[in-house]
Ligand binder design. Sequence first.
Ligand code: SAM
Length: 244
Amino acid sequence: MQFDILTLFPGLFAGAFEESIIKRARESGSVTIALHNIRDYAAGRHKVTDDTPYGGGGGMIMKPEPIFAATEAVLGEQADMVPVILLTPQGRLFDQSVARELARHDRLLLICGRYEGVDERVHRYLATDEVSIGDYVLSGGEIAAMVIVDAVTRLLPGVLGDPAATFEDSHAEGLLEYPHYTRPPTFRGHPVPDVLLSGHHAEITRWRRQQAIQRTLERRPDILSSAHLTEEDLAYLARIEASG
Ligand code: SAM
């Protein structure tokens, strides 16, 4: 997978992409991340990338020309094949299913806005997708791009040591994940549930499934209706709902 990120502040990505899973994914060749400074594609001696809004009002707007020029130069002949994703609080909400959808592509180009945002012509005539990472406003798209790169990268084949890990992650199939425990067996008087120490794998699997259902019901009942539940799951859900 190749990520191309268009930004005015490439220095913001130092660190985020140089540690842990993303670092290893880059080293193994599972992902390539190319940072492109939009300013390099601005015309004129002053390399201006923003301007005042037509119609007045505060703040600056990112000009369309450098963003179009950067996208066209970076994608070249692949321009029609690669999703061009504009990060914006006005886009569709990013979640695990969008991450899975994006992970199916070979290459993604992400455009990070700044200031009051980008000229509407970028939204309408350049971006093929607009994505928001949540209903709040960030100062720029860089953190949103990091979120997307991270969430998509961990879904790519060979990136995680245990490929099955992502199947049980929260949101993978509409449920929050079950609780985890590690040593010591008792910490400050709080014991690990007996079933996890029992060595009985079928019991552990059932307990984890039930915990995931219960936890989702308590914390995120809004996502429970989209979960893939078996007859046994539904019976368990009915029991805990009935017991209040
Ligand atoms: N005035 C814009 C609005 O109300 O829609 C917000 C501009 S914001 C201060 C600057 C940039 O940060 C945006 O162009 C976008 O690239 C990025 N950004 C802010 N919030 C975001 C979010 N929730 N998801 C993705 N990108 C976001």
